[in-house]
Design a protein around this ligand. Sequence first.
Ligand SMILES: [Zn+2]
Length: 98
Amino acid sequence: MLHLALHFFVPFILTRWFYPERWFGAYLIMMMSMMIDLDHLFADPIYDSNRCSIGFHPMHKVIPIVGYIALCAIPKLRALSIGLVIHVLLDGLDCTLM
Ligand SMILES: [Zn+2]
């Protein structure tokens, strides 16, 4: 439950800090990054609390993660790509705490 709350709270804090004038739009864009969890639909079971997402689900593998980091260099995609990087970092943190 804390893990899920962090997926909403960390982007909220970052957008308030880095995009003070237009934080809500940036927050919505960062929330779109949660769509990478749609790759869970290919797993059986779809959700397993004891499974580490990193390296298991297609959009949580190393090559896509390197792509998310590279996309941070493109200003128009930065909010989305930072959202993706935060997402995989939080998923990775969850894996280490399992
Ligand atoms: Zn995830």
